[in-house]
Design a protein around this ligand. Structure first.
Ligand code: UD1
Ligand code: CA
Length: 459
């Protein structure tokens, strides 16, 4: 029978010193609590309930549209047991085990949740919990066992005697409960050092009810990493990044100085991709076979097909680069920049909603916005599509094998037909017919001997 997961995420997160609720802080581009939610569903959960406090509305909005996901608000942070009790109205009739995780420990693995559900069934236990042994257990709840190894209770660090504090086995805060959970929660009180309703008191309550408390030990202390401060957020990010880099390197990606490369879990890389130092890959970025990305390039939601090259310091957002096309160094591909096969974009060229046909080239210093450039056309240095009249955007259409001379301004809407040629320095505001030459600038005048006369006058 499938299980439900409750994620406890109502803590204040004051140590983040931020206006943003702690659980919404991005970790590799995804909100912290998003990891817990995704892990919960990945473990096969039928329902996921997140207990939120501070910034509840903002959290709810961030995850709008997830099916089988609900949010409940804990108005006052009275402790973890009180937080869990807020999920009761939603889950009291749920048939199946209830798994509980903590919203600030994003590295908890789905295998852990599945393992606890299985342990509950296999050992016919009332509850199952994760445990870990730490050399330095300071701050964590300690596990108390009897001589035969049965779990009796948890004691919080604050409430522990010196002997109990010497116990190295701790409670990582991940549990699975049977259906009697909601009745038992009512027995938890707040008579302790913190004056809080402690969720781990359920361990003693299950034990005293004569039900078995099963345990599962995790050796992966990384799973325990919690986020309470910016420094811990950075630490968790470091661990996740390391996992991602290792993953892609085993899939055949070459990373030069991998520790300098930033990439998000949503990125997909093919074998023989080469990433130079300082590369940043974000969102739905997809790189095909053998793609090379130069140093300090930044790509977000960008596709580069097999053999494409993005040279150093290039910035791409929602761009598409076909096989054998290349951009940079220092190019900027803004949303809907589209390079067909073999197209070339060089340094200081900006594209926005612009389509470059096969083997079309814009080698240096150009702005192409709302433009269509046909195959094998050449855009000279300093060419600008003037696409904005102060109120609306207009389109520039350039046919095949067109040559646009340097420093020309193409005032949209305007069309340059196939095979046409624009002389350098032209301001073009009328369509240019097929195979025509357009010159739109002052004709040059040479005044013979003028400079010599000037010099002679000065003598
Ligand atoms: C808790 C456990 C401790 C365990 C540790 C592992 C309790 C009392 N102690 O301590 O045994 O070793 O986790 O990390 O549970 N939360 C709420 N509402 C509240 C209080 C907390 O939603 O009123 C949420 C927090 O946002 C957090 C989680 O519950 O995600 C854990 O709370 P926290 O205060 O961090 O508990 P710990 O001191 O870490
Ligand atoms: Ca914690």
């Amino acid at each position: 029978m499938a299980h439900a997961v409750v994620v406890l995420a109502a803590g204040l997160g004051t140590r983040m010193k931020s206006k943003l609720p702690k659980v919404l802080h991005p970790l590799l581009g995804k909100p912290l609590v998003g990891y817990c939610i995704d892990t919960a569903f990945a473990s096969g959960a039928d329902r996921v309930v997140v207990v939120v406090g501070h910034g509840a509305e903002q959290v709810r909005q961030t995850f709008e549209g997830y099916p089988n996901l609900s949010f409940v608000v804990q108005e006052q942070q009275l402790g973890t047991a009180h937080a869990l009790a807020q999920a009761r109205p939603i889950l009291k009739d749920f048939q199946g085990p209830i798994v509980v995780t903590q919203g600030d420990t994003p590295l908890t693995r789905k295998e852990t949740l599945v393992g606890l559900v299985n342990a509950l069934h296999e050992q016919a236990a009332g509850m199952a919990m994760l445990t870990m042994k730490l050399d330095d257990p300071t701050g964590y709840g300690r596990i108390l066992r009897d001589e035969s190894g049965n779990i009796l209770a948890n004691v919080e660090h604050k409430d522990a005697t010196p002997e109990q504090r010497a116990i190295k086995e701790i409670n990582p805060g991940v549990y699975c409960f049977d259906g009697s959970l909601w009745e038992k929660l009512k027995q938890v009180d707040n008579h302790n050092a913190a004056g809080e309703y402690y969720l781990p008191d359920l361990i003693r309550i299950y034990h005293e009810a004569g039900q078995k408390v099963a345990s599962m030990e995790s050796k992966d202390t990384g799973e325990l990493l919690g986020v309470n401060s910016r420094a811990q957020l950075a630490e968790v990010e470091r661990v996740l990044l390391q996992r991602l880099r290792d993953h892609w390197m085993t899939q055949g990606v070459r990373m030069i100085q991998p520790e300098t490369i930033y990439l998000e879990p949503t990125v997909e890389l093919a074998p023989d991709v080469t990433l130079w130092p300082g590369v940043i890959l974000r969102g739905q970025t997809r790189l095909g076979d053998g793609v090379e990305v130069g140093a300090y390039a930044v790509l977000r939601d960008t596709t580069v097909e097999a053999g494409g090259i993005i040279r150093s310091h290039t910035v791409c957002e929602e761009a598409y680069v076909s096989t054998g096309a290349d951009a940079g160094p220092f190019a900027r591909l803004r949303p809907k920049a589209y390079l067909e096969e073999g197209a070339h974009v060089g340094n200081f060229v900006e594209l926005k909603n612009a389509h470059l046909g096969k083997k079309a080239k814009a080698g240096h210093l150009a702005y192409l916005g709302d433009a269509e450039v046909g195959e094998e056309s050449n855009i000279g240095a300093g060419v600008i599509t003037a696409n904005y009249d102060g109120q609306r955007k207009h389109k520039t259409t350039i046919g095949k094998r067109v040559f646009v001379g340097s420093n020309s301004v193409l005032i949209a809407p305007v069309t340059l037909a196939d095979g046409s040629f624009v002389a350098g320095g032209s301001g073009i505001n009328q369509d240019v017919p097929e195979d025509a030459l357009a010159i739109a600038r002052e004709r040059q005048r040479n005044i013979e001997g003028y400079m010599k006369r000037k010099r002679d006058e000065g003598k």
